[in-house]
Design a protein around this ligand. Structure first.
Ligand code: C5P
Length: 400
């Protein structure tokens, strides 16, 4: 938690008195803490205590009544790595769920760019009230994380669920939250296109190619072993892969493959485009089976979108690797694609009858980088080639 900036929101419930210990615990764990209180909270905990323990001024009103100075809620909200609201009363939860903004704490909440965790506290009947449950649901769908109230003695003298979680447990929860967030951040997301595409001519016929998806699936397996999250967008392929970090979207045509890539590309860190996308599709797909009549049949074809080129033109942080299957002027053609499509790497696939290319389990690849790197790999299994490619990409990440 060292250096984590926590904006502790305190609302007006009796459990607010426990926030003195909470601030101490957060500070002891290395966090930087600033407190923002609703006016009602000041009846339950002294701002002086919180300012002393947090070693920071406490914020309550939109402006300082003595100096007239404005408390900038936007700055406070942007400062925070996490807003923790403890205790969160039924009243504040209701306002948060509805976007109300009649105090500084709510203005901070509405301006947040960071996650928010709340620890509700109230009497047992309020906790069970359908309106409170509804509001909690709204906050959940607004990506707020809830630390449920615990069971026990309540200020009303009744017993039930409604006690704010103990400060020690809130601290543990927050620590775990940061741990998980760090883990998610470090997990790289990889998009792979794989297999052939299938372009219908009529309800029973299509244009396609001999790609099987073998290289794409070998890459997915190697990437999962390295801890990537993999999204595969696959044309028709017999390969199967089960893994908690593996998601597969099945498509048929190039246009469907492009739509799937477009829907997910912005969330990716890396894209490896192994699919053998059909270059052309029928200008018009016949609604009925095309009849055999004349001795010759001419098909009007139109060019398919270049998915890889789209991804390269619409990249932000993503690294991009393309594949090139070349039979002549291999290096020259591959390098042309690397530059024309604005890629980071191109993997030249050198097809060799029976040992390399479509359908075979082995491959001969050469990897060219945009900075002039060249790695010529000998004949090896597609899985070993996939591992080698990921290693090379990794080295590049460490260079930067
Ligand atoms: O231009 P060419 O088809 O040879 O380029 C091959 C590379 O471009 C491969 O990485 C392939 O997956 C990708 N590609 C694509 N969409 C197309 C054609 C190729 O993504 N329509």
């Amino acid at each position: 938690m060292f250096g984590k900036r926590i904006l502790l929101g305190i609302t007006g419930g009796i459990a607010a008195y426990k926030t003195a210990s909470l601030v101490r615990l957060l500070k002891k764990s290395g966090a930087d803490v600033r407190c923002v209180l609703t006016p009602a909270a000041t009846s339950f905990i002294s701002p002086l205590v919180l300012a002393t323990l947090s070693e920071n001024p406490v914020h309550i009103e939109f402006w300082n009544k003595e100096t007239g100075q404005w408390n900038n809620h936007v700055e406070l909200a942007l400062w925070a790595d996490l807003m923790l609201i403890a205790p969160a009363t039924a009243n504040s939860v209701s306002k948060m769920a509805n976007g109300a903004c009649d105090n500084l704490l709510l203005a901070c909440y509405l301006s947040l760019k960071c996650p928010c965790i709340i620890a509700p506290a109230m009497d047992l009947d309020m906790y069970q009230h359908p309106s409170f449950k509804r509001n909690l649901q709204t906050l959940l769908s607004d990506q707020v994380t809830i630390i449920p109230a615990t069971f026990g003695a309540l200020a009303s003298g009744l017993e039930g669920q409604g006690r704010m979680e103990e400060p020690e447990n809130i601290l543990r929860f927050v620590q775990e939250f940061f741990k998980q967030a760090a883990h998610q951040k470090s997990t790289k997301r990889l998009l792979i296109t794989a297999g052939p595409t299938l372009e219908h001519l009529d309800p029973v016929r299509y244009i396609s190619n001999h790609s099987t998806g073998a290289m794409g699936f070998a890459l997915a397996k190697a990437a999962l072993m390295k801890g990537f999250e993999v999204l595969m967008i696959a044309g028709p392929s017999q390969y199967e892969l089960q893994h908690p970090n593996f998601q597969r979207i099945d498509v048929q045509s190039a246009e469907q493959m492009l739509s799937a890539v477009q829907a997910h590309w912005s969330a990716m860190d890396l894209g490896i485009f192994t699919a053998a996308v059909a270059d052309y599709r029928a200008a018009n797909v016949a609604a009925e089976k095309i009849k055999k009549s004349a001795t010759e049949l001419r098909l009007d074809l139109v060019k398919n979108p270049d998915i890889l080129a789209w991804a390269a033109a619409n990249r932000t942080q993503q690294e991009i690797v393309g594949f090139a299957l070349e039979t002549n002027n291999q290096e020259e053609n591959a390098l042309k694609k690397l530059h024309d499509k604005n890629l980071d790497y191109i993997v030249l696939n050198s097809p060799q009858e029976g040992v390399s290319g479509f359908g075979s389990e082995t491959n001969i690849i050469t990897i060219f980088g945009a900075k002039g790197q060249k790695h010529a790999l000998p004949l090896m299994s597609k899985f070993a080639a996939a591992q080698a490619l990921l290693e090379i990409l990794d080295e590049k990440t460490h260079e930067n």
